[in-house]
Structure formats: structure tokens, C-alpha cells
Design a protein around this ligand. Structure first.
Ligand code: SAH
Length: 251
């Protein structure tokens, strides 16, 4: 009797193994290796450099960065550097994403405006923590592909709009926090108007020489703190002043 049970058990294991194709085995092995790389990134680049907010660490650990980079760069997805995402743009270094996220002190009820969706990675990290993310991207192909990617991956609380970030996203303002991931030459006043009193904005400011700044809006005015030197792509204006790049603003 016991032997029969053992035989049945072995047979079911064999059936299970046979039901996987070689491709599936490779995919499982690759995913395991990428998961390991992500955990290593978390320990060596994020925890080791002083990020302590548990919600930020959990988000950095759960968002699969390799699903946001071009296919030929998947093996570099967890490297300690920015990577090209096409159209002359980049996905920020993982540490900078974690650092900027921690600085705005995100909570589960926070509503965030992000300027510069890019591939959608920073928006996804924020989306894991906060209530809603409203992200604006000026390049249509990037806005469209990020929206599609985020939808496919189930980030239902991340909304992407194709438009000029200097105009923010009036319809959903004011926001508890604003994260700007392209560098304007100066802090954009128009966006401070879309920030709640008590809200925080993190923004890389400058042209060649840039500093990451934390802005806090208080009833008395705006406080600005300079945090660290950084290198971001420039925050550009739409071609014709006053022109909305596209009427399609479906969140
Ligand atoms: N947060 C992104 C990285 C963004 S790179 C990520 O996680 O992938 C900066 C992005 O800002 C680029 O995609 C660029 O096209 C966009 N950008 C530049 N100027 C902009 C503007 N005025 N409004 C909206 N997006 C802008």
C-alpha cells in the first residue's frame, strides 16, 4: 500500500515536471536570479546608504525594476546607476528613487503628483505606498508605454497623463506631495501652487550643476532645503507656449 502511494507521488511529480517546457524552466531560473539581484540592490545600495523607512524599503523590494527597463538591459536593471529608456531619457539610479521617495514622507493616504513619468518606475514605487499617483510625461511614446505597462502590472492607483509638467495636473490639485524627476532651472512656482499647505516637493534644480531640493509649503511661505548634488535630464517646456501636447488626458 505504502509503495503504491509512493509510486503515485513520484508519478505526479514527474507529470508536474513534464508540464513545464524548457522555456518555462529558463524563465523561472531567470526570475529567481533577478529576484536575488533585487534583494542585493536593496541591501547594498539602499539599506547600506541609510534609507530606513520600512514602506520605502518594502516598495523597493517588491517593484520589479527589470520590467521597466528595455529588454536588452534587463541584466543591468539592478545596477547602481541610471539607465537609458529611449528618447534620450533615463530611469534614475535605484538609490535616488528610494531617497526621493523617503524625503516626501509618503503615507497610505498621500496623493502625489509626479513630473516626468519616463518608464513609470518611480511612479510604481510611489504607487505601492500612497493612495494615488498622478504622473505627467511630456513625451507621448513614453507616456503611452508607461501607462500601458503600469496597467498591465496592476498599478491601478497610478494615473498617467501626456502633457507639460510645468502645468501640473490642475484637475486633481492640490497634492500632498510633488516629486519632480527632471531638472528645471528654477523651482517651478506654478507647481508650488498645486501643493497643499504642509505639503512637500522634491526637485532637482539647475542646469549643468544641479542640487536636489526639498521644498516645504507652510502657511508663512516656502522653506527650501538643499540636499545633495544630482544629475537629471532637463525639465523642458512644450514647443509652443500655452500648447497642451495632446487633448488625451485619460488617467
Ligand atoms: N521618473 C522616471 C524617470 C524620468 S526621466 C522613471 O522612473 O523612469 C525624466 C522624464 O521627464 C523624461 O521622461 C522626460 O521626457 C520627462 N520630462 C521632461 N520635461 C518634462 C515636462 N515639462 N513635463 C513632463 N515630463 C517632462
Amino acid at each position: 500500500m505504502k509503495r503504491k502511494i509512493r509510486m503515485n507521488f513520484l508519478l505526479s511529480i514527474m507529470c508536474l515536471l513534464l508540464s513545464f517546457t524548457a522555456g518555462e524552466f529558463i524563465a523561472i531560473a531567470e526570475n529567481g536570479a533577478l529576484d536575488e539581484m533585487r534583494e542585493k540592490m536593496l541591501e547594498e545600495q539602499i539599506v547600506a546608504r541609510g534609507i530606513t523607512d520600512k514602506t520605502v524599503l518594502d516598495a523597493m523590494s517588491s517593484v520589479k525594476r527589470h520590467l521597466f527597463v528595455p529588454e536588452n538591459l534587463i541584466n543591468s536593471a539592478y545596477s547602481d546607476c541610471p539607465l537609458p529608456i529611449g528618447y534620450g531619457q533615463t530611469i534614475s539610479q535605484p538609490y535616488i528613487v528610494a531617497y526621493m521617495t523617503e524625503q516626501i514622507q509618503p503615507k497610505d493616504q498621500t496623493r502625489v503628483l509626479e513630473i516626468g513619468t519616463g518608464c513609470g518606475y518611480q511612479a510604481a514605487v510611489l504607487g505601492k505606498i500612497v493612495k494615488d499617483v498622478y504622473s505627467v510625461e511630456i513625451l507621448k511614446p513614453l507616456a503611452d508605454s508607461a501607462r500601458e505597462r503600469l496597467k498591465k502590472l496592476g498599478y491601478d492607483n497610478v494615473h498617467v497623463k501626456y502633457g507639460d509638467g510645468y502645468k501640473g495636473w490642475e484637475e486633481y490639485a492640490p497634492f500632498d506631495a510633488i516629486v519632480i524627476t527632471a531638472a528645471p532651472p528654477e523651482v517651478p512656482e506654478e507647481l508650488i501652487d498645486q501643493l497643499k499647505i504642509g505639503g512637500k516637493m522634491i526637485v532637482p534644480v539647475g542646469s549643468f550643476h544641479q542640487e536636489l531640493c526639498l521644498i516645504e509649503k507652510t502657511p508663512e511661505g516656502v522653506n527650501k532645503k538643499t540636499l545633495l548634488p544630482v544629475r537629471f535630464v532637463p525639465m523642458v517646456h512644450s514647443k509652443q507656449d500655452g500648447e497642451e501636447p495632446n487633448p488625451d488626458t485619460t488617467p
